[in-house]
Design a binder for this molecule. Structure first.
Ligand SMILES: NC(=O)c1ccc[n+]([C@@H]2O[C@H](COP(=O)([O-])OP(=O)(O)OC[C@H]3O[C@@H](n4cnc5c(N)ncnc54)[C@H](O)[C@@H]3O)[C@@H](O)[C@H]2O)c1
Length: 250
């Protein structure tokens, strides 16, 4: 069990990558605090974990609100007394190119994708420090590493900010044995992508740019998060880890 006895908080864990990470962490012995604004789906993630014999609980959290983080941190301390792993996964993407982007949509993306992880780190660090250390994992994207014609400027701004915030946190809090790394997936295989791929030209375009010739799976990303969360990665700090089949390698 690679996360035995560890307490892990995962944001945006009601569905998608966050739920996959929560399930994978629980498989490896972690107790997972499943955080999301969507209580119904979040509780379903918890039930799925418990159904397989894992340990999890749901915490309502809006990552954009500091009061919500304060409440979540207080619950973690009261229930578990420590926090070993924080995964800042919650993110949104409003797909408007720069000339069409509405100001309120830009603000919404900055709030969830940048302010969210910022506040999460702010409130996790004191708990991790008291516990002797921890691992923070921020979900960025290939769009936080390189420019890309299929993305938008707003998404790139938010994910690029996460990449560099990760490095500064990793440098500043290493003295407290807190590591901070980011994950950079290429497009993940989801029902939405499969709809896009009904157009064979789009499918060829997208897969053609990936040296390994396929989409990422939720498990590919969850396994990368598992590694960074575990003690196997105890000397990895400030790393931007692509999970992209080599897409950003050329
Ligand atoms: N899916 C991909 O292809 C892909 C690729 C690269 C990076 N990412 C990143 O991975 C992360 C997860 O992506 P996904 O595809 O699983 O997303 P998703 O839309 O399937 O799930 C996101 C979850 O975040 C929650 N959420 C949204 N706003 C929130 C808020 N303010 N507070 C708390 N929870 C909130 C939603 O309720 C939802 O459960 C995001 O940061 C995304 O940018 C995704």
């Amino acid at each position: 069990m690679r996360l035995k006895n560890k307490i892990a908080l995962v944001t945006g864990a009601a569905q998608g990558l966050g739920a996959a990470i929560a399930r994978r962490f629980a498989d490896e012995g972690a107790t997972v605090i499943v955080c999301d604004m969507n209580a119904e789906a979040g509780n379903a993630t918890v039930a799925a974990i418990e159904g397989l014999g894992g340990k999890a609980c749901f915490q309502l959290l809006n990552v954009t609100q500091e009061q919500s983080w304060i409440a979540a941190a207080a619950t973690v301390v009261a229930r578990f007394g420590r926090l070993d792993v924080l995964v800042n996964n919650a993110g949104i993407n409003i797909r408007e190119p720069i000339e069409e982007m509405k100001e309120e949509n830009l603000d919404a993306m900055l709030a969830v994708n940048v302010k969210g992880p910022f506040l999460g780190i702010k409130h996790a660090i004191p708990i991790m420090r008291r516990g002797g250390g921890g691992s923070i994992i921020n979900m960025s994207s290939i769009c936080g590493l390189v420019g890309h014609k299929y993305t938008t400027e707003a998404y790139t701004i938010t994910k690029g900010a996460v990449t560099l915030m990760t490095k500064t946190v990793g440098v500043r809090y290493a003295k407290d044995n807190i590591r901070c790394n980011s994950i950079h997936p290429s497009t993940v295989d989801t029902p939405l992508v499969q709809i896009l791929f009904q157009d064979p030209k789009k499918k060829e375009e997208r897969l053609g740019e990936v040296p390994l010739g396929r989409l990422a799976t939720e498990l590919d990303v969850a396994n990368a998060a598992l590694y960074l969360a575990s003690d196997e990665a105890s000397f990895l700090n400030g790393v931007a880890l692509p999970v992209d089949g080599g897409l950003t390698a050329y």
